[in-house]
Design a protein around this ligand. Structure first.
Ligand code: AHG
Ligand code: MN
Ligand code: MN
Length: 283
């Protein structure tokens, strides 16, 4: 049953993704509201959320829907719980840099641990529209296109992706790094190429394909860091670990973190196991 529902959520997101991408142009203004993480909301954040919420809550096997853009969980029947970041990296829209959508499908009521994930995927709205999906220990990449009759086509581009040897790194929050992080980054910068684009999905997509490390760590002004456990960190950690990588908050796998609050944040490291282990030893 939940496998069918995962497929229905996957197909719904693939159907909506081209509309979200084409709708970004007209929605680059801030709406003067803040999301539950006290961050300014772009019109595109709100609009993408409404679009995805309508599609996902109408799927029979979905029992709960939660979004980075909404304070509370929406009860919508019986079944799996779907947590989304409708538009990740939305501050990149005015400069036409990468943005994405992140989806985590849990088989427990929210908030809950990442170990309860049964599937997770992210869309990257870039030169190609791609979706990377983990389910049952396998990570596949799809290209989403529209045919001449405006119908959505989903093409399997890469199957059973394994994270490559370390190649690139990107660490966010640099203005407020701790001294330990400055020292750690200066070591890593001599081994790997710097690739930081300001959208989690784009930066992690590079690490999945080229190997390496992505982190948004604790900051001197934000001990829990910036990224949200349920909507960003758990789904991405699930995907990276299913691709043979690792994740940590510097003490444990991201997916072992107890979830008390729906919008709780966590320091976040993902990438090759050797690099994640190094971060755990260092911090
Ligand atoms: P969102 O747009 O969903 O709030 O996510 C933005 C996040 C994440 O995508 C990215 O890794 C991080 O913010 C970038 O933060 P900085 O702008 O501080 O680099
Ligand atoms: Mn995000
Ligand atoms: Mn977002």
């Amino acid at each position: 049953m939940s496998g069918e529902t995962v497929q229905e959520v996957f197909e719904a997101v693939c159907r909506v993704a081209p509309h979200i991408s084409s709708g970004l142009l007209k929605r680059r203004e801030y709406v003067g509201e803040e999301n539950p993480s006290d961050e300014k909301q772009l019109e595109a954040d709100v609009w993408a959320n409404e679009f995805l919420k309508e599609e996902i809550t109408s799927i029979k096997g979905v029992g709960q829907f939660a979004s980075e853009e909404e304070k509370h969980v929406t009860e919508c029947g019986d079944g799996v719980s779907v947590a989304i970041d409708p538009l990740d990296g939305s501050s990149n829209i005015p400069t036409n840099n990468l943005v994405g959508t992140i989806v985590g499908i849990y088989d427990e009521e929210l908030p809950c641990k990442g170990r309860n994930l049964i599937s997770a995927f992210y869309v990257v709205y870039g030169p190609l529209m791609t979706l990377v999906k983990a389910e049952g220990g396998q990570v596949n990449e799809y290209v989403i296109e529209k045919d001449r009759k405006d119908q959505v086509e989903i093409h399997l581009a890469s199957e059973d992706i394994e994270i490559s040897e370390p190649g690139v790194y990107g660490i966010g929050g640099n203005k407020n790094w701790t001294d330990e992080m400055r020292e750690f980054e200066s070591g890593i910068s001599q081994e790997l190429k710097l690739r930081y684009g300001g959208a989690l999905v784009g930066d992690v997509n590079q690490v999945i394909h080229q190997g390496g490390l992505f982190s948004y760590p604790d900051r001197t002004d934000a001990p829990e860091g910036k990224l949200r456990l349920l909507f960003e960190c758990n789904p991405i950690a699930y995907i990276v670990e299913n691709a043979g990588g690792a994740s940590t908050d510097t003490d444990r796998s991201i997916m072992d973190i107890e979830a008390e609050e729906l919008h709780q944040r966590t320091p976040f490291f993902v990438g090759n196991e050797e690099l994640v282990d190094r971060a755990e030893e260092r911090f």
